[in-house]
Design a protein around this ligand. Structure first.
Ligand code: NAD
Length: 385
């Protein structure tokens, strides 16, 4: 049987630092599970722009289609702020998502018990938080036409179009129902149907599909109410399905509940190869210092194993190794609070500890991992917008 092929796209900033850890963890866990895997690496985002003048080349798009899955670091950086918007790093990401047809963005927001104190909410509110956001990724207002800015200076109009067709809504909603069926069987659909026609259609499609999944309880929430309930009663949510714009905002809000962007993975799924990437960006403020948190990238690799390789056993093993390291008190700078039992480590040391935990378990992890003397950086959650 041929090996499972993963295209690695490290990207920019901390992308290559965290993806190196994720690749090591992925290949190690696959070796322990006798699962043949091979990887190739392409420059992407700003790195591709520097090398080829475009954020994603045709060769990379072809390699992504031919792979079984794609694992991405992050793209972007201040040095690209002034380049032509058509070739900015973020455009490469949108082009890749569109090319792969990955319409379903899965973003789990789960509070790690070891990090309960890192949440801005009271521990009793976050204790049981385990939400799966299912965000439509390649439609809605981010892609709708017409769009633009026109008119003479002083009287210009800026406009975008939020548009969803019935088939686009139906495929994301069916996928969300299917995911809810495998979890706690509760689906919340989020819209603004009291104001927007596109969401009146969204709601009708959800209600039309619901009878196909009689074991799943479905409810509808307006987006403003959902934003409030996420902050006041986050434990009530199981699977949340919504469009591109609201999903972008709400999943970041839910991310804040877990304490750090550095621990949040994501998957983007369509009918072909899946695209897996940390939720965070390229973090130019800490790039090159060896202090980035690699957990989001490692957990993205776990999602790759679960959703594309269909090896839930290996995904769980990787997730347990991360839990073990957090449980043993190992913290990168973004999570370090100086509490008793915590030890501050760098990217590489945490990566080594995760590899170690894959084979030896948590007790040895705690003993072996060296403490790294690193100056505290600013609160990593500060940048979530
Ligand atoms: P960011 O996620 O890069 O950083 C926000 C804050 O969180 C920063 O303080 C950063 O140091 C911290 N942080 C992020 N990931 C971390 C990690 N793994 N470990 C420790 N701390 C971490 O968001 P930003 O600063 O708004 O954007 C920086 C660049 O990244 C921009 O060019 C933006 O366009 C790009 N971006 C890319 C993606 C992507 O590739 N999917 C997503 C968001 C932003």
């Amino acid at each position: 049987m041929s090996a499972f092929h993963v295209l690695m796209l490290p990207g920019d900033g901390i992308g290559p630092e965290v993806l190196a850890v994720a690749e090591h963890a992925l290949t190690t866990v696959c070796a322990t599970g006798n699962f043949a895997i091979e990887t190739t690496t392409h420059p992407f985002g700003g790195a591709a722009y520097d090398a080829h003048g475009v954020p994603v080349t045709e060769a990379t798009l072809a390699a992504a289609s031919a792979a079984d899955a794609v694992l991405l670091g992050a793209v972007g950086g201040p040095q690209y702020d002034t380049v032509d918007p058509a070739v900015r790093p973020e455009r490469g990401l949108l082009a890749l998502r569109k090319h792969l047809g990955v319409y379903a963005n899965l973003r789990p927001a789960r509070c790690f018990p070891a990090l309960a104190h890192a949440s801005p909410l009271k521990a009793e509110l976050t204790r049981n938080v385990d939400i799966l956001f299912v965000r439509e990724l390649i439609g809605g207002i981010y892609f709708g036409e017409p769009r633009g800015i026109d008119g003479p200076p002083g009287e210009r109009r800026g406009y975008n179009t939020m548009v969803y067709s019935e088939p686009e809504i139906a495929r994301i909603v069916r996928r969300a129902f299917g995911l809810a069926q495998k979890r706690r069987k509760r689906l919340t659909s989020v819209d603004k149907a009291n104001v927007l026609e596109v969401h009146r259609l969204w709601r009708r499609v959800v209600d039309g599909i619901a009878p196909e999944f009689p074991d799943v309880a479905v409810d509808h929430l307006y987006v403003d109410n959902c934003a409030m309930q996420l902050a006041t009663r986050p434990g009530q949510f199981d699977v949340v399905v919504t469009g591109n714009l609201f999903g972008d905002i709400l999943s970041d809000e839910a991310a804040a509940l877990t304490g750090s962007l550095g621990v949040l993975p994501s998957a983007a799924l369509g009918e072909g190869p899946g695209l897996f990437e940390p939720v965070h960006g390229s973090a130019p403020d800490i790039a090159g210092q060896g202090i980035a948190n690699p957990i989001a990238a490692v957990l993205s690799a776990a999602m790759l194993l679960r959703w594309s390789a269909k090896r839930n056993d290996l995904a769980l093993r990787l997730e347990r190794a991360v839990d073990d390291c957090l449980g043993a008190g190992l913290r990168t700078a973004d999570l370090f609070t100086g509490r008793t039992g915590e030890r501050q480590v760098g990217t590489q040391a945490l990566g080594d500890a995760i590899i170690d935990a894959l084979s030896t378990g948590p007790s040895r992890v705690a003993k072996k991992s060296p403490t790294v003397k690193i100056p505290r950086v600013g609160d990593a959650t500060g940048g979530i917008q």
